[in-house]
Design a protein around this ligand. Structure first.
Ligand code: KG4
Ligand code: ZN
Length: 343
């Protein structure tokens, strides 16, 4: 019979992530990260200019065994040693999620260990616990990925409040769209950053912030349209423009409001620590600006390494540990969810 688990203080947890185009597996023992393996189908997806769900699902099917076996081997343990299996059950591409989730269910059942269903976004938040800085709530987090942009107040390990977010596109989505406008290949964010490094941020694009709003709200659709109009109008008139300046100016308009508002929130709430997560938190400009502003405001900044900002399974295992300690285990008939509200 499945159940009746023996719980441990420092459990060995396998994390599995397959929500988009990265098949990832990682092993942690307590807070200590032992291994993290990522097998990406990004190169294949780049041929189509973005993630093709069917290609992602097939790539996960091909890679999931390999990712898990490598993660276990690199951790220096065996499958039988695992005390729990944590897996992303949403949000993401349904067919892609089902590959990791089905694998995790079978493994948890066969080992008779708890299955922990992880919300991908909570995984991004938990990446900050991997920094070895003994992070403890409360703190304020800037979360910016391909699907989400929000500032959150984490009150306890399992509880957070959304302080503000985007009213249209996510920051990462805007980076990907601007990359397409500038003819840069997928994945857009890192390529826009690279191009921006050689440009001047002197084009006055509108900041990605809704002014005079009662709620703190970001907005990326107006900024994206401004970039599109700038490039198209000049192209139509046969005028030259410097794509590096466009990238640099866009980056400032997209990221400055996130930096300023995150620091503002921490000050207002009296929180002394800021963390960041999600793919956009791998951006060099954002990281440098957050560091500077936090230093000036006397706030502690805990920034996960870039490889733990973009999709990975170490963050899923880290969130798995939090849920393990809260004894929040999933039934084996849990389904994947394409969308989970950020609450
Ligand atoms: O967290 P993530 O890997 O996947 C989601 O959960 O969405 O985030 C992916 C997003 C993409 O939109 C990608 O373009 C963006 O993060 N991104 C970046 C950078 N690296 C990834 N955006 C700006 N600068 C980067 N260096
Ligand atoms: Zn993600």
């Amino acid at each position: 019979m499945y159940g009746n688990f023996k719980l441990k203080d420092e459990p060995l947890i396998l994390g599995i992530e397959s929500s988009c185009d990265e098949t990832a597996a990682a092993v942690i023992r307590g807070e200590q990260l032992l291994s993290s393996v990522i097998i990406s189908s990004a190169e294949e997806q780049a041929k189509y200019g973005g993630v093709v769900p069917e290609i992602a699902s097939r790539a996960h099917t091909d890679a999931v065994d390999d990712a898990v076996l490598r993660a276990v081997k690199e951790a220096g343990v065996t499958i039988k040693d695992l005390d729990a299996v944590a897996v992303t059950y949403g949000a993401g591409l349904l067919g892609a999620l089902l590959v990791g989730l089905s694998f995790a269910k079978s493994l948890a059942y066969s080992l008779n260990v708890p299955l922990i269903a992880v919300n991908h976004i909570r995984g991004h938040l938990a990446a900050a616990y991997l920094c070895g800085e003994n992070l403890k709530p409360p703190y304020v987090t800037l979360l910016a990925s391909g699907g989400h942009t929000a500032i959150l107040h984490t009150k306890s390990y399992t509880e957070f409040k959304v302080l503000g977010g985007t009213c249209d596109d996510a920051a990462g989505e805007a980076f990907d769209k601007v990359a397409r406008i500038l003819g840069l290949p997928y994945p857009g964010g890192p390529n826009v950053q690279k191009l921006a490094e050689g440009g001047s941020a002197d084009i006055p694009f509108p900041a990605a912030l809704v002014k005079n709003s009662e709620r703190m709200q970001f907005s990326y659709s107006g900024l994206k349209t401004a970039v599109m109009n700038y490039c198209h109008n000049r192209t139509q008139r046969g005028e030259q423009f410097n794509p590096a300046d466009v990238a640099a100016s866009f980056q400032v308009a997209a990221l400055e409001p996130l930096v300023k508002k995150t620091v503002e929130c921490a000050k207002k709430l009296g929180a002394d620590t800021i963390t960041a997560g999600g793919g956009v938190a791998a951006n060099g400009y954002l990281r440098a600006r957050l560091s500077k502003e936090c230093e000036q405001a006397g706030l502690k900044l805990i920034l996960p390494e870039k490889k733990y900002c973009t999709d990975n399974a170490a963050m899923i295992a880290a969130e798995g540990l939090i849920q393990y300690r809260a004894k929040n285990f999933a039934p084996l008939d849990i389904n994947a969810a394409a969308q989970i509200p950020l609450k």
